[in-house]
Every structure is written in C-alpha cells, then in structure tokens.
Design a protein around this ligand. Structure first.
Ligand code: NAD
Length: 286
C-alpha cells in the first residue's frame, strides 16, 4: 500500500506544508493534515468551495486529495494543559480533540498508523522585536510553538509510526547566522529545532527505526513569513546573492521533503539539508 503522511501546519495553499503535501501526494502517499484551530474554518471552507482546486493539481492532472483535516494546536499536549480562556474561545470551543495527544489518538483510531510525520509550523508572537527587547513570555512562546511542538508531535506519533518511516521539519538559517529582523526568540527556536533534530534522530532511530531530518529553507512569501515583515527584502537579497539566481519555489522544498521522507534517503538522518539556492554557502554578499 501507499504511505500515509500526517502534515502539521497547513492552513492555505501558499506555505511549505502545502507544497510538501503535494509532493507526497504526487509520490502516491495518503495525505492527512493538521490545521491550526483558529485557521480551521476558513481552510475547510476554502477547500470545500474549490478555492484551492487550481493549486491541488498534480503533474498528472489529478487533484491532491486531503483525506482528513484534523484541528490542531501544537502548543498544547493534552486537555489539562489548555487554559480556561482558550477553552472558552469561540473558535476553539467549536472544535474538539485538538491537543497533540488527542490528535495522535484520533489518527490512530481513524487509520491505525502513519509512515510520515511533517512539522511545518512556527509561531513567535514577538518575532518583529529584536532579541534584546524580547520578553521571557514571548521567547518561551516562540520555543513552545516552533520547537517543542516538534518534540511533542514526534513523542505522540512515534508509537503509531511504522518502522522505516520518517519525519521532517522546516528550519531557517537565522539559527546559525544573524538575520536582523528575525526576532522574538525565533532564531533561538530554530537553533533548538536543529539541535533536537540530531538528538531525536538518535532516539527515534533506536526506538522506532524512524528517521528525523530538517530542511533549512530559503525565503518564501508564505502567510507566516509575511507576518515577519521583511520577506520581500529577503527574497530579493537571495535572488541577488545566491549562487542560483532564480526564484525559490515552494515545490522545490516539497520535492526535497518527499525525497528525505522516502526510502531513497534511507541512510540520511539527523541532518539539516539546505534548500535555498545555495545562499547558505556564501560568505560575502556582492
Ligand atoms: P505557513 O503560514 O504556511 O505555515 C505556518 C503554519 O503554522 C500555519 O498554517 C499556521 O496556522 C501554523 N501554526 C502556527 N501556530 C500553530 C500552532 N500552535 N499549532 C498548529 N499550527 C500552528 O508558513 P511557512 O513559511 O510555510 O512555514 C512553515 C515552516 O517553514 C515554519 O516552520 C517556518 O518557520 C519554516 N520556514 C519558512 C521560511 C519562509 O521564508 N517562509 C523559511 C524557512 C523556514
């Protein structure tokens, strides 16, 4: 049978998560997605009304099928963790079973197991603030949504992942080189995510024969990136300075993800793989 993939962090057709879903669908995988609770309604409505049909098209002309959309908020591991004001919030009260533990249980009940886990989500409430001006709360929120969320997802999904399966996350070079403007602890969160990739590769490799890698992606004008505020500048900078002077397509990240998540990459684990037109290799902007 084909592989089954759970992709956390898809809420429209502009981001890396969507492109990864498409590349996996094109390779024959069954697609389940986890969508952030506040974005769930609009995503499902748009899907149903055919707003994404053009971008659901695969190269053979068929449309990517999303078998099921699960509401998810990856900053909460179990119902006991959810504060009262969030529970009472209209958008959250309208859905159920969206903590990480419950989503893993739901997927288990619905499908039994998965082969592929994708983490394509991040959030940093103070991302526009320099680190020097970031509050403890903002910093920890960035780490919770962008780094621990992956630890938690893997922790809860590993027991239902078939041996030989693989997982992946998305990171950014601000973890290792200073990118002024990528603030609020988001640079720290990506550093944690990359370090965790190595440790989790060891632990999940030994425990479940699961591979863990991360893609360090170049700039893309996704919804999340636009919220940071200088994405157009980053795209232009990359275009001018990278070895490959071309637009970076989300599909190029999607294709690399599909490779890393496939048996073609069966000896690759714990790696940070750059998909950035080579920008990371440059030492001097010209
Ligand atoms: P995106 O907006 O498509 O994806 C981010 C998703 O995270 C959104 O769907 C959002 O709803 C979801 N999300 C936020 N908080 C959540 C939570 N608590 N629980 C569940 N979902 C939550 O944007 P993107 O840029 O494609 O981001 C995907 C990944 O790629 C992120 O890890 C991001 O840091 C990484 N990345 C992006 C770029 C870029 O330039 N866009 C570059 C390198 C890495």
């Amino acid at each position: 049978r084909g592989k089954r993939a759970f992709i956390a962090g898809v809420a429209d057709d502009n981001g890396y998560g969507w492109a990864i879903a498409k590349a996996l669908a094109a390779a024959g995988a069954e697609i389940l997605v986890g969508t952030w609770v506040p974005a769930l309604n609009i995503f499902e409505t748009s899907l149903r009304r055919g707003k994404f049909d053009e971008s659901r098209k695969l190269s053979d002309g068929s449309l990517m099928e999303i078998v099921k959309v699960y509401p998810l908020d990856a900053v909460y591991d179990c119902p006991e963790d959810v504060p009262e004001d969030v529970k009472a919030n209209k958008r959250y009260a309208g859905s159920s079973n969206w903590t990480v533990k419950e989503v893993a249980e739901s997927v288990k009940n619905d499908f039994g197991s998965i082969d592929i886990l994708v983490h394509s989500l991040a959030n940093g409430p103070e991302v526009t603030k320099p680190l020097l001006e970031t509050s403890r709360r903002g910093y920890l929120a960035a780490l919770s949504a962008s780094s621990y969320s992956f630890v938690s997802l893997l922790q809860h999904f590993l027991p239902i992942m078939n041996p030989g399966g693989a997982s992946i996350s998305l990171t950014y070079i601000a973890s290792e080189r200073t990118i002024p403007g990528y603030g609020g602890g988001m640079s720290s969160a990506k550093a944690a995510l990359e370090s965790d990739t190595r440790v989790l590769a060891f632990e999940a490799g030994r425990k479940g024969k699961i591979r863990v890698n991360t893609i360090s992606a170049g700039p893309l004008g996704s919804r999340a990136a636009k919220a940071i505020g200088f994405i157009e500048k980053m795209i232009e900078y990359s275009y001018v300075n990278a070895p490959l002077q071309k637009e970076l397509l989300a599909d190029e990240v999607g294709n690399t993800a599909a490779f890393l998540l496939s048996p073609l990459a069966s000896a690759i684990t714990g790696s940070t793989v750059y998909v950035d037109n080579g920008l990371n290799t440059m030492g001097l902007a010209i």
